[in-house]
Each structure stands twice: as C-alpha cells, then as structure tokens.
Design a binder for this molecule. Structure first.
Ligand code: NDP
Length: 448
C-alpha cells in the first residue's frame, strides 16, 4: 500500500533507508503515517515544524552486551536494548521483552507504537521499549536471576523514576521484574518506582497484573455496545496463554462470554465447554509447562499443533493476545467467513496490514492494539502515581480508574476517526488521537 501524500511517501522512504532490514518498524510507521495524512492536510504546521520527521526518529537507542554464566559454568552473551523513543509528554515508559526473536527492529516498532498508546491513556508518559534476545524458557530460576542482574547492571545507567520506567512484556513477568528491581535498588541504593509490574510486597499496584487483559475487555465491551452487541453469550477465540491472554479470558468470562480457545507458540487448545482458566493458570503460571497439557485435565478438549489454526475455529469475537503478525490475510478471511463480528487486539500489532484491510473491508468491528491494550501501561502509570505518593490504592479503586480510562480511550478514538471523516475506523482514530497531544507538545518545545 502506498501513501497518497507525497511528503508522507518521502518520509516513509527515508525511514526505510535509514532503518534497513527492520520490517516490523516499517510496518508500524507506515500505518501511522497513512492515518495522519488527513491531519497534516488540516494542520500543515506539523510538517513545517518538523514534528513528523522527529517523531519517527528515536531520541536515543541503547544497545549493550549482557554476559552471564549458566548453571554449567558456561559464559553466555546476549544482547540488550532500550529504545527511548519520545519523551514529549512524560518519562519514557514501555515494557521489556525477553524472547529469542528480539532485535533492534522489534524494539523500535514496539517503542514507536508506545508513543501513541501512552498518549491515548491521557496520562503523562512518553514512549519507550526494551528487551533482549535472551529466552527465559527452559532456564532455571538461578539462570534467569543472573541474566536479569547482568541486564540491569547496564540498564540502570539509563533509567530512573523521572527518566524512563520499564515494565514487563513477553517473557518478563513478576519473577523477572523482581530480579531486575532488586538489582537496581542494590546498584543505586535508592528505593524508587523505577519499574512497574512490581510485586505487591515491594511497591506494585493491585490490578496491574490483570490490567492489560481486563482493559482489553473493557475497551471491547464499549466497542460492542456502540454496535448494539456485548460479550454476554458470545463465543470468544483467544490466542496466547500468557499474562494478557489469561486475564482477557478471566474478564471476558466474567462478562458472560464463553472463551473456547487458548494457545502458545507450539499449538492451540479448543474446549467447547469453555476454557477452565484455573487449569491454564496452573499449567502456565505455576508449572511453566506447555498448553498441550490442558487435555490431560479435560480430555474432551482438543489440542492441535501449530498456532495459526486457532483462527479457523468458529467464534463471534477474536482476541489475539500472543504476538505480532499472528493473524495474516488468510486467517482474517477464515475468521470473517466463520461469522466473527469483532476483533480486538490484546497483543501488539498482531494483525498484518492485509488482515486489517480484510477486517475493515468486511465491516466487522476492529479494535487496534494501541487503543485496546493500553490498559496495561495505563495501570503502570497508576503504579507510578502510587509510588510517588508512597501510598497504595485498593484493587477496586485501580480497576475503576482502569475502566474509566478504557471507556475514554474508546470515545476519543472513535471521535477522532469521525472528525477526520473516517467514522468507525479505530485504527486511524487511535493514531490521530494519540498523535495530537504529542505533536502539540513537540511543537511547543521548538527544535529539540
Ligand atoms: P507472555 O510472555 O506472558 O505471554 C506470551 C504468550 O504468547 C505465550 O502464550 C507465548 O507462548 C505466546 N507467544 C509468544 N511469542 C509467540 C510466537 N512467536 N508465536 C506464537 N505465540 C507466541 O506475554 P504477554 O501476555 O505479556 O504479552 C502478549 C502480547 O501482549 C505481546 O504482544 C505484548 O507486547 C502485548 N502486551 C503486553 C502487555 C502486558 O502488560 N504484559 C501490555 C500491552 C501489550 P509461549 O509460552 O510458547 O512462548
């Protein structure tokens, strides 16, 4: 798909030349520039003051060696990254991903998306992301600890409660955040809210663990409501079985839906009776095993190797909660053909551009990740507020705030789409609504 506006097309070409071999980053930038074409026609000052050229360039990219020793005494070396993308509206904020697929392009795409997502929350947080090509899977706790300590030994030089506040993402959960925070505290001799997603005994916020999955369902319920539908009685297909997928399953079920699938990077389970979430939590959170184990507890359920097959299961609503580009055009068409009427993204960029086009052309409801999964980072910002106050709110209070934020995100996103003549296009709406606040702030600062 080419960009219509010649300034945007030239900018996109420059981004590709300057960041070669980073297709995920190109994909994320392309989508945003396309959405912003009508915005620069209405507000040409954003071109004149260089906001767009600046916004596609990270303020800082930090890349470092992470040496550690495995349980056999062998030295291993991984690569660490932190992309501090944009601090126009607050300290850099965004998760750390530990997965073998991590390289600079993945972290840049995630950091870029984070700018707009964080702005949409209405809270004062800039965009950043980090991670490593380290794979926690199959490692002992001691190995994970040694890796995290080495990673933080370098990262600590670049972050701080008012500078950059990382959180979790794929492969970084409560265990990893504990090791990372412990090492930061030891190195800096200070106890500040430098990470979010912390444990409840050392500064974490109630409801942060649940926030991305719950927030996804609050956003989706609002989108469904606008179309006269709801989760009640709906069959829901969910991919993934990590943090986002588990709490999306929990909330969707609470809202009256029946969740019939979950997956991991090996395959997916289909349970026509509805997923037994306690079993999934036991397998994935306590035992750190594969989702295929589920059928041992529920023999009526079916396990199938390969993860893309999950989108061939007949459902009313699909919530992709695993990873980027997990729904391609073929999977999108399978969902549409099976009567799915809403797709809402829990993972970051889980749908390819061709899949999004297929969803939009078919007229089904589509909630893009930047808006739909912003509940996690919003609640991280609430954790930062509580840390600054040295005070903690109740679960109910945080959950109520999260709900209010997700409802506002839906409203602001759909209104922005309407204002620019693209009613119902929440992809454009999220990009535009997220962009405006950041762009106005960057404009106010002059050339910095
Ligand atoms: P977890 O590590 O807790 O879970 C990830 C899940 O996705 C696992 O089931 C994993 O399977 C599966 N998965 C990972 N990589 C792949 C792959 N290449 N192909 C198929 N399945 C895969 O991560 P989260 O739940 O935290 O994150 C899931 C998504 O949500 C990511 O896109 C993340 O960026 C996004 N997100 C997360 C937020 C959060 O607060 N945690 C906030 C906003 C977005 P396996 O166990 O086999 O690896």
């Amino acid at each position: 798909m080419s960009l219509k506006n010649s300034y945007m097309a030239e900018l996109m070409d420059r981004v590709i030349k300057r960041n070669p071999a980073e297709p995920e980053f190109h994909q994320a930038v392309h989508e945003v520039l396309e959405s912003l074409e009508p915005v620069i026609e209405k507000y040409p000052e954003f071109v004149e003051c260089g906001v767009l050229e600046s916004i596609v360039e990270p303020e800082r990219v930090i890349k470092f060696r992470v040496p550690w020793v495995d349980d056999n005494g062998v030295v291993r070396v991984n690569r660490g990254f932190r992309v501090q993308f944009n601090s126009a509206i607050g300290p850099y904020k965004g998760g750390l991903r530990f997965h073998p697929s991590v390289y600079e392009g993945i972290i840049k795409f995630l950091g870029f998306e984070q700018i707009f997502k964080n702005s949409l929350t209405g809270l004062p947080i800039g965009g950043g992301k980090g991670g490593s090509d380290f794979d926690p899977k199959g490692k002992s706790d001691a190995e994970v600890m040694r890796f995290c300590q080495s990673f933080m030994t370098e990262l600590a030089k670049h972050i701080g409660a008012d500078t950059d506040v990382p959180a979790g993402d794929i492969g970084v959960g409560a265990r990893e955040i504990g090791y990372l925070f412990g090492q930061y505290k030891r190195l800096r001799n200070e106890y500040t809210g430098v990470l979010t997603g912390k444990g409840l005994t050392y500064g974490g916020s109630l409801a942060r663990t649940e926030a991305t999955g719950y927030g996804l369902c609050y956003f989706t319920e609002e989108m469904l409501k606008d179309a006269g539908k709801s989760f009640a009685g709906a069959k829901v297909a969910i991919s993934g079985s990590g943090n986002v997928a588990i709490y999306a399953t929990e909330k969707a079920t609470e809202l009256g839906a029946k969740v019939i699938t979950m997956s991991d990077s090996n395959g997916y389970i289909y349970d026509e009776n509805g997923i037994d979430l306690e079993v999934v939590k036991k397998i994935k959170l306590e035992e750190r095993k594969r989702i295929s184990e589920y059928v041992k507890y529920h023999p009526q359920a079916v396990y199938t190797e390969g993860c893309s097959g999950v989108w061939t299961v007949k459902c009313d609503i699909a919530l992709p909660c695993a990873t980027q580009n997990e729904i391609n055009e073929e999977s999108a068409k399978a969902l549409i053909a099976n009567g799915c009427y809403a797709v809402s993204e829990g993972a970051n960029m889980p749908s390819t551009p061709e899949a999004i086009a297929a969803f939009q052309n078919s007229g089904i409801l589509f909630g893009p990740a930047k808006a739909a999964n912003a509940g996690g980072v919003a609640t991280s910002a609430l954790e930062m507020s509580q840390n600054s106050m040295r005070y903690g709110w109740t679960f109910e209070k945080v959950d109520r705030k999260l709900q209010g934020i997700m409802i506002d995100i839906y409203k602001n996103t759909s209104e922005a789409a309407k204002e620019f003549g693209m009613e119902g296009n929440l992809v454009a709406g999220a990009n535009i609504a997220g962009f405006m606040k950041v762009a106005r702030s960057m404009q106010a600062y002059g050339v910095v």
